[in-house]
Ligand binder design. Structure first.
Ligand code: HEM
Length: 412
């Protein structure tokens, strides 16, 4: 994934950037973000211009408003994903690197090519298909609860939030489940914005090596998993080649290992700090789907980049060909023009949140993510007594493309 984490700050602003649109913000290292990532997202909406330029990390535009993000994602001819590759540095002029790096499919493709690459994922990850996993998710959730219930405490991140979605996803994809800790470490490093280019490249090579083994073994013998289905899928009249299979597998690896873990952790952290809401959801589990959508809105995880392919004026801002734009989806969820009283937790909002983005690249794993969250909260709230944050230990956060927590000690 393109990194904006080089730390390199521009000495001079590009000529087309007006000073009034400059706001100093380092997406990887900003201290207010590392203190409380979502409070910082809200502050960007309140303090910075709706589209602002930060000179950090080689110079990047940031977009924090829902309407502008929707307009950009719906215009892939001008705002392209084609520069995104697994080991690119994110600095200007990285098309060379894209050839050396790994494609991320279907993320690195623009329509109409994207439509062909996305099609093989739609059916296996549809709401109907993933519904078949509900029993397995429930069993896994209960096994994890059994392990911690009597102790009256846990580190929610390592005890529950990591093993549940990660094991489930690896089973679904056909990847080995006995290397969970190693895989999580690799996925976290791969999406970290502070890892240097050489380390990132090494990490992606290791991920690709592991996934290549799985692909080769399924080439020899198909199993009942996503990698096997992708091998037999149809892309414009042919099966995907090995390079493309790696591209799919790397995207799924990152999508499956980094996102639900953090969505669950931020959501549980919210509930741990709101005993009234916990009680309400325990008393009436039918409120859960609405509550989960609101937790997803308040705690967006991923931000996503686009590259400007030709000069364009967007919401009054002049972009130049070659500019990089980061769509801050977690900030857009706090946009007052899209959500009334955005800091309040309101079950039953009708506006669509931006956590899964919109447009052609809207998350294809969202049915799986929602199902995992629903089953998890049903079982956890049924079995675990009122829980709160461990007052002795403060959670720590990571910024960058994915907002993340490194540990979440709970007591009950
Ligand atoms: C709460 C959990 C999740 C969040 C917040 C999330 C977020 C996102 C976002 C924002 C995008 C759009 C990226 C863009 O516009 O460039 C995306 C795309 C994607 N996600 Fe997720 N995701 C989650 C779970 C998952 C899971 C569980 C999987 C795997 C099954 C997955 C697989 C993908 C894939 C393959 C894409 C690329 C889709 C495309 O390019 O057409 N995601 N996700």
């Amino acid at each position: 994934m393109s990194s904006f984490g080089s730390g390199q700050k521009l000495d001079k602003l590009p000529a087309h950037v007006p000073p009034e649109l400059v706001y100093e913000y380092d997406n990887a290292r900003d201290s207010r973000m590392l203190e409380d990532p979502h409070a910082r997202m809200r502050s960007l909406v309140l303090e910075a211009p709706p589209i602002f330029f930060s000179p950090h990390n080689g110079g990047t535009w940031f977009v924090t408003r829902k309407k502008a993000i929707v307009d950009i994602t719906m215009n892939p001819e001008v705002y392209s994903n084609s520069f995104i590759s697994a080991a690119a540095s994110g600095e200007h002029g990285e098309h060379k690197e894209q050839q050396q790096g790994f494609m991320l499919l279907p993320i690195s493709a623009d329509p109409p090519q994207h439509t062909a690459y996305r099609a093989p994922l739609n059916q296996p990850l549809s709401a109907k298909s993933v519904a078949g996993l509900e029993t397995a998710i429930r069993e896994m959730t209960n096994e994890l609860i059994d392990k911690v219930l009597a102790t009256g405490r846990c580190d929610f991140l390592s005890d529950v939030a990591e093993p549940l979605p990660v094991t489930l996803f690896m089973k679904l994809a056909g990847m080995p489940t006995d290397r969970l800790a190693e895989f999580r470490h690799l996925a976290t490093q791969a999406t970290s914005a502070t890892v240097d280019h050489a380390t990132r490249e090494g990490v992606f090579k290791r991920i690709a090596g592991i996934l290549a083994e799985t692909i080769k073994s399924r080439q020899e013998k198909r199993e009942d998993d996503l990698v096997s289905r992708l091998l037999d899928s149809n892309i414009n009249g042919r099966n995907p080649n090995f390079h493309e299979m790696l591209g799919y597998s790397i995207t799924l690896f990152l999508g499956g290992l980094e996102t639900v873990v953090n969505a669950l952790s931020f959501g549980v952290r919210h509930l741990a700090r709101d005993q009234e809401l916990q009680a309400k959801l325990r008393a009436d589990p039918s409120l859960l789907p609405g509550a989960i959508e609101e937790l997803l809105r308040l705690y967006g995880i991923a931000s996503t980049p686009r590259r400007v392919m030709r000069d364009d004026v967007c919401h009054g801002v002049q972009f130049k060909k070659g500019d990089t734009v980061l769509l801050l989806l977690p900030a857009a969820n706090y946009d007052d023009t899209a959500f009334q009283n955005p800091e309040q937790f309101v079950i039953g909002r009708t506006e669509q949140h931006m956590t899964f983005n919109t447009g052609p690249h809207r998350c294809v794993g969202l049915n799986l993510a929602r199902l995992e969250m629903k089953v998890f909260y049903q079982e956890w709230l049924k079995r675990v007594p009122p829980f709160r944050l461990d007052p002795e230990k403060k959670p720590q956060f990571i910024g960058g493309f994915n907002l993340a927590i490194t540990s979440l000690p709970l007591v009950w």
